[in-house]
Design a protein around this ligand. Structure first.
Ligand code: ADP
Length: 466
């Protein structure tokens, strides 16, 4: 049975990307499309790439939001193998910034949610399943159910990052067709509203599905999630190997695969040269991340001076985000100019070059719903050093030098000592070439493809509609 899936999301790779959400929405759409489902993805036309992209105008119209008439048009993009992709172009949400701050975000994403109804009507189409991603689109279900044509629609809400919930003054819903009780302090939480109305709730790894039921990881939503725990499952994200595979990657210096890992060294040499390090013989630790508290980049800043004193290693960090962490990394790089390079940017090519050129990838997250970089690293023969949480715990197995089993270093404590232990353990193994090659090969032979993970979403959709 073929199903009709409407996916509404804030990011979609490579067009609109800030983090892993983009990789997952496009990777899943590509998989479902390849399996014969009709998948329509609706996302805003914002960010530089999408603003520069043209499409065929499918329909034009206007929405009423807070008494204001908001014009919009739907732009249909050419088929790139990910199903139908529709950009919502509207002065209410389009522009160079993907995310901004403040209550205008509510207006942007309510516009997106409300636009799902006219989109389905313009396509003359009734989806079987609505798949909403994160708080940005968690209101889409309520918007659609306000129309009698969509009363019976089934809805999956995927929580990619519970740390972002979309909390706004309740009045942002005034004069919309969406009716929800506000909280006593007169705020509305978009993600919480989505959780209350979804037919199925998923998060992006089995371990994180258990974690978010606890006060430590539930970010204030744990009791609500406990009430809906029968609807909650964890499905590990897949990897789009058409874009993240060293054998075919067009962004790296030299292609390689598990049978010719020697060519990985060419990538290290290129990266070492580009970054201005002295020698490609020194072990190289990389980190590619949004620089926010969640990702533990401050743990790296705290751990590096001790590691530099006791070990031979160089480190390259690519990241953008919170000025606190950017300043700390800038200062540390100034203190250790030969050993630490900090590239303060969002740079897709460099992200691939670090995956291919580094020996070790540090992922010291305080929490990590799934995490993709550790899975990319393994495919690129770069050994992940991860904290034991969420999807990191589900995707990386701590290596046992005795048996030769395992794919990385998994450390317990989200503190500088935990990370320092993880990195020094990896450096110790790095010194033994035979052991290291075994570890690298174990990671490279892992399969996190959508062919493995996608069927879990198919099962979920089918269970909802039958
Ligand atoms: P999250 O979605 O929480 O940011 P993930 O590990 O799931 O974390 O996904 C991160 C994605 O964003 C990866 O594709 C990674 O390569 C990319 N990324 C993060 N920071 C940068 C950056 N500064 N430059 C380029 N790509 C980045």
């Amino acid at each position: 049975m073929s199903l009709n899936i409407l996916s509404v999301c804030a990011e979609f790779a490579p067009l609109v990307k800030v983090g892993g959400l983009a990789d997952v929405t496009s990777g899943l759409a590509r998989y479902l499309h390849s399996q014969g489902y009709r998948v329509v993805t609706l996302l805003p036309r914002y960010g530089e790439k999408a603003m520069a992209t043209e499409g065929k105008t499918l329909a034009k119209g206007s929405l009423l939001l807070a008494g204001e008439k908001i014009p919009y048009s739907f732009l249909q993009l050419p088929d790139e193998g990910t199903g139908e992709v529709i950009l919502l172009d509207s002065p209410a949400l389009s522009g160079a910034d993907i995310y901004s701050a403040g209550d205008s975000e509510a207006r942007r994403f309510l516009t997106l949610s409300l636009a799902a109804i006219p989109l389905c009507k313009a396509l003359n189409w009734r989806p079987d399943v609505l798949h909403c991603h994160d708080w940005h689109t968690a209101m889409t279900l309520q918007a659609l159910r306000s129309d009698p044509d969509f009363k019976n629609l089934k809805c999956v809400l995927t929580i990619h990052n519970i740390g972002y919930q979309g909390v706004f003054p309740a009045e942002v819903l005034d004069e919309t067709p969406i009716e929800l009780p506000g909280t006593p302090d007169d705020t509305i939480n978009f993600l919480a509203a989505g959780i209350d109305h979804a037919d199925a709730i998923t998060t992006v790894s089995p371990t994180h599905a258990a974690e978010i039921l606890t006060p430590e990881y539930g970010m204030g939503l744990e009791l609500q999630l406990q009430q809906h725990s029968k609807l909650l499952t964890g499905i590990l994200n897949g990897v789009d190997y058409s874009y993240w595979d060293p054998a075919t990657d067009e962004l790296v210096a030299a292609n390689y695969n598990a049978d010719n890992t020697a060519d990985k060294f060419g990538n290290k040499q290129a990266l070492v040269r580009n970054m201005g390090f002295d020698s490609a013989a020194t072990p190289l630790v990389g980190m590619v991340t949004r620089l926010v508290y969640q990702k533990g980049s401050d743990l790296l800043v705290a751990a590096l001076p001790g590691l530099f004193a006791s070990h031979e290693l160089n480190c390259v960090v690519l990241g953008d985000g919170d000025p606190v962490y950017m300043d700390a990394l800038t200062e540390l790089a100034a203190e250790y100019p030969a050993r630490l390079k900090f590239v303060r940017a969002y740079d897709e090519s460099l992200a691939h070059q670090i995956m291919a050129g580094a020996d070790i990838l540090a992922v010291p997250s305080r929490y990590e719903p799934c995490g993709l970089t550790q899975m990319y690293a393994m495919r690129y023969g770069t050994v992940p050093v991860v904290r034991k949480t969420g999807g990191l715990a589900d995707s990386v197995r701590h290596f046992d030098p005795g048996t030769g089993q395992g794919t990385g270093v998994v450390f317990e404590d989200a503190d500088p000592g935990g990370l320092a232990w993880g990195l020094s353990t990896a450096l110790e193994w790095f010194a033994d070439k035979a052991l290291w090659n075994r570890l690298v090969n174990n990671g490279m032979s892992c399969d996190f493809s959508w062919d493995k993970q996608g069927p879990e979403y198919e099962r979920l959709y089918r269970n909802l509609v039958t």
